[in-house]
Design a protein around this ligand. Structure first.
Ligand SMILES: [Zn+2]
Length: 324
């Protein structure tokens, strides 16, 4: 018994090196800070020590963005077939079943309508935890239906994208979703409905190269990788050294591909204010931007360009209520 006590005391005195806390999905990969699940939810899954943005599921994203109790899902029962009878190391239907079980979703997107800051909007959110947020026929259809809903009900459209690209298991049918979603966004534009595209880590491949790049306003979370191919592939292909921030949101902002970089705690506010402005709601006040950018100047430029585009494409700008 005495032996047992002495072992316990030496541990309490810090006689040995402290055991590192086990790494979990709530351990920050940048600074090793560790959070309980309730802290993660309260912090919107942003590290309060270093600002690292953890992944967010589609459901949680909707909770973060939509006004309480306002979200109604559409096209919930859509489910992917296996048209190519595709099998790599596992058959595609088996991959789908595992993804369904682990995420509770039927595919990598949730679409519907909601209010954000009091403005009614169509919303489609991709979920990276379902087969890497890949866009197959179901994701493409949900994006298109959200755009259709916006046209039918004269709403703006908000999309939140996180995707590895087209779903290879659906081959050319997945690639066709690029054309389909672009066409849906085009119809939205012709109907004069605004489109706010939010890009989060990572948005790549066929999603980065289709509808997600076509927002009237494109907002990114800080540090997100937003590029058609990842830096490793580009480096291998071109044989050139790439800048450290290649493909990141900040680099995309400098090159004009992203209009605003908004940290997640400000995101709901930024989307709400943008929607209010674009639909003729209350006056817009700028959100906080990260980094050493010129926030007010950048914002003013982005918003004035956007107002011009919206007014050009709005068929009812002379006060004609159109075919409502
Ligand atoms: Zn951190």
């Amino acid at each position: 018994m005495a032996e047992n006590i002495s072992v316990d005391v030496s541990r309490l005195d810090g006689g040995g090196p402290p055991e590192p806390a086990p790494r979990t999905r709530n351990t920050c990969p940048s600074c090793n800070s560790h959070y309980r699940e309730d802290e993660m939810v309260a912090n919107l899954r942003v590290c309060t020590n270093c600002g690292h943005h953890f992944p967010v599921t589609a459901r949680e994203r909707i909770v973060q963005l939509a006004d309480e109790g306002s979200f109604t899902e559409i096209a919930r029962s859509l489910h992917s077939d296996d048209p190519l009878e595709f099998a790599d190391s596992k058959p595609y239907p088996e991959r789908l079943r595992v993804a369904e079980r682990t995420t509770g979703l039927r595919d990598a997107a949730i679409a519907g309508s909601c209010e954000i800051g009091g403005t009614a909007t169509a919303l489609v959110v991709l979920d990276f935890s379902f087969l890497g947020g890949s866009m197959g026929s179901v994701v493409g259809e949900k994006v298109a239906r959200a755009a259709d809903l916006a046209v039918e009900q004269r709403l703006p459209l908000v999309s939140v994208s996180a995707s590895g690209g087209a779903r290879m298991q659906e081959g050319v049918l997945a690639l066709m979703q690029m054309a389909k979603t672009v066409s849906a966004v085009d119809e939205l534009r012709e109907a004069g409905r605004p489109f706010v595209s939010v890009l989060v880590h990572p948005t790549t491949g066929g999603v980065a190269a289709s509808y997600a790049a076509l927002g009237d306003l494109i907002i990114a979370e800080p540090g997100a990788l937003l590029s058609f191919s990842g830096p490793r592939v580009v480096k291998q292909t071109t044989g050139e050294d790439l800048p450290d921030d290649f493909g990141l949101a900040e680099s995309n902002f400098r090159h004009g591909h992203v209009d605003l970089i908004v940290p997640r705690p400000e995101l709901r506010d930024a989307v709400a204010r943008s929607l209010a402005l674009l639909t003729g709601g209350q006056p817009y006040r700028p959100p906080v931007l990260v980094g050493d950018l010129d926030p007010v100047g950048a914002l003013t430029r982005a918003m004035s360009g956007m107002r011009r585009r919206i007014s050009d494409m709005n068929p009812f700008r002379n006060g004609d209520a159109g075919d409502d």
